[in-house]
Design a protein around this ligand. Structure first.
Ligand code: TEU
Ligand code: CA
Length: 549
């Protein structure tokens, strides 16, 4: 297997708005990130992915970009950015930027122009259509709103937006637009960034003719990913982008790709090497039935089979439990009902996922086991997806259901400030922040865990060191053991010199391990209990190492 720096590092995801506020306005910023570089170095991460830091009216917290080459004023200046990049590089940390090119903000000058007239040179940068019998051009619904179309009176046409009304989709069929995007990407590379996480990149090609969706076609609006995800044209665009931007650069590109499957992932990653790796959504969708809000219990066997199928399907995977769009890992997949279970399950989950084969992404706060937030009213919610969902719920009379869903799955769970210490506002800021601090910050924070060698934080540091210092854990083969065991996830990673055995009791109950392999006589290199017996305690995990002779 080809060696690459991005296979050998753990990536730390920073949501800048909620990481550290340096200038007392309650909003995290770039200078705040710089203050915390020592922490990143201590933790052992070798790359940082920043959520969008570009100029934006923040309808969708930076995923609606007004200017791709200007820094959001609340976050600082381009000089601050340059300083951050320089400081990170000095400390051996790569910088991965977010690339949001399925859509822009409606305040981007391209769209401001595009709206002006049918013959404006920028008209074709976006997807405009005549109405169908005075209604939307088709029945597509969007991620955030009932219809994916918005009417514009001036030219009597509608524009497509797969996300909010302030996020019009860019028209990738237009070669001039594509070229502008490639040049913009190259200017960021010329500044020195090391790669991109590409937002919903598999949605950029839409099916020609934009046909009506057919799922539940009795509904007025239909979610029609069959017409906008993984379309044939996508590989053409990615091939062109790779040629123009990524080829001959030592960079990393990871595509965020909803709806991708183990069957079709190979068309955009791997042999065609269009993308280095992808974020698929199968793990994120595992506890939802027909959509994220209908929450069903986490099924361990289903989880194992799914992870194994991805390990087998692709030579290289991305590994993540959470991100800025998802609830907190320990609340969702572990157990946050007691301090003991929170700590043990957070450690077990860390081992269980991050020692698989692939590049690990750790979302800020995961390393201290931050939890979901007990929001108490609508006024505390900031996320456009949750706000729109509540609005629909009010109209449709299902507010209790919606609120329950938001507490469990809402994106704001991941967006409350990083909990640095037990001082006011968790050491994030000294004024009231843009979103509430999780009230549990006095108990769960970086400072207290730094002092406790048995904390989740110290465990994560060891886990990161273990993973990144072992060839077998980076490049080694993956095999499962006792695949049908409903309680344990057991696998091995090995190269020609070493074998690692990873054993996780994924349940909150003591379990006896019955397997024919003799694993337990090997050396333990990482564990969350001091225990060597066959009886695994609640959420117990052990990593064994065997030297081959
Ligand atoms: O997310 C894409 C995406 O598929 C999400 O909308 C996801 O389905 C949703 O968050 C689950 O609730 C990316 C960004 O990560 C997200 O923050 C943006 O809102 C979205 O794209 C639009 O840019
Ligand atoms: Ca600030």
């Amino acid at each position: 297997m080809e060696k690459k720096w991005w296979k050998e590092c753990v990536v730390y995801q920073i949501y800048p708005r909620s990481f550290k506020d340096s200038n007392h306005d309650g909003i995290g910023d770039i200078l705040g990130i710089i203050e915390k570089i020592d922490y990143l170095v201590w933790l052992g991460v070798k790359a940082v992915w920043l959520n969008p830091v570009y100029d934006s009216p923040n309808d969708d917290m930076g995923y609606d970009i007004r200017n791709y080459e200007k820094i959001m004023a609340e976050f600082g200046s381009m000089a601050d950015f340059d300083k951050l990049q320089c400081e990170l590089h000095k400390n051996g940390i790569k910088l991965i930027m977010d690339l949001v090119v399925n859509h822009s903000s409606d305040e981007h000058h391209w769209f401001v122009e595009s709206k002006k007239s049918l013959d404006n040179p920028y008209r074709d940068y976006y997807i405009w259509r005549k109405g169908f019998k005075n209604k939307e051009p088709n029945n597509w619904s969007s991620f955030f709103t009932p219809s994916a179309w918005k009417y514009d009176e001036l030219t009597d046409e509608w524009f497509l937006h797969l996300f909010s009304e302030k996020q019009p989709d860019l028209n990738w069929e237009n070669p001039t637009l594509r070229n502008e995007i490639y040049q913009m990407i190259n200017r960021w590379f010329d500044k020195g960034v090391d790669g991109f996480r590409m937002d919903v990149i598999n949605l950029i090609a839409k099916k020609p003719g934009l046909p009506n969706g057919t799922k539940n076609s009795s509904d007025k609006y239909v979610f029609s990913d069959e017409h906008f995800a993984m379309q044939p044209k996508l590989t053409d665009y990615l091939t062109e982008m790779r040629k123009n931007c990524f080829e001959n650069r030592d960079c990393m590109c990871v595509g965020e790709t909803p709806f991708v499957t183990t069957q079709n992932a190979n068309s955009i990653v791997d042999s065609n090497s269009l993308l280095d790796m992808i974020f698929h959504f199968e793990l994120m969708d595992i506890d939802g039935l027909n959509g994220k809000w209908n929450v069903i219990p986490f099924d361990i066997l289903k989880f194992k089979k799914m992870m194994i199928s991805w390990q087998k399907a692709l030579p290289w995977n991305s590994l993540f439990w959470s991100n800025h769009d998802q609830p907190r890992t320990v609340s969702r997949f572990g157990d946050d009902s007691s301090e003991f279970n929170r700590t043990q399950s957070a450690k077990m989950l860390g081992v269980c996922l991050h020692l698989l084969k692939g590049t690990s992404f750790i979302y800020q706060g995961e390393e201290i086991g931050m939890t979901n937030v007990a929001f108490s009213s609508k006024s505390e919610i900031r996320d456009i997806e949750s706000i729109q969902f509540l609005k629909n719920a009010e109209n449709g009379n299902f507010v209790d259901y919606a609120w329950n869903g938001i507490l469990k799955k809402g994106r704001d769970n991941a967006r409350t400030p990083m909990q640095w210490d037990d001082s006011n506002q968790a050491g994030f800021s000294d004024v009231t922040p843009w979103i509430i601090v999780n009230p549990n910050y006095k108990m769960i924070n970086v400072a207290s865990q730094m002092k406790d060698e048995f904390s989740v934080l110290h465990f994560y540091k060891k886990l990161i060191t273990l993973k990144t210092s072992s060839n077998a854990l980076v490049y080694g083969d993956f095999e499962t053991i006792d695949i049908d065991n409903p309680d344990f996830f057991i696998y091995s990673r090995q190269d020609e010199f070493e074998v690692y055995y990873v054993i996780c009791n994924m349940t909150k109950i003591e379990r006896v391990l019955l397997i024919k392999e003799d694993i337990l006589s090997n050396e333990i290199v990482l564990a969350n209990y001091d225990n060597k017996s066959k009886t695994f305690l609640p959420f117990e995990t052990r990593v064994y190492k065997m030297i081959k002779r």
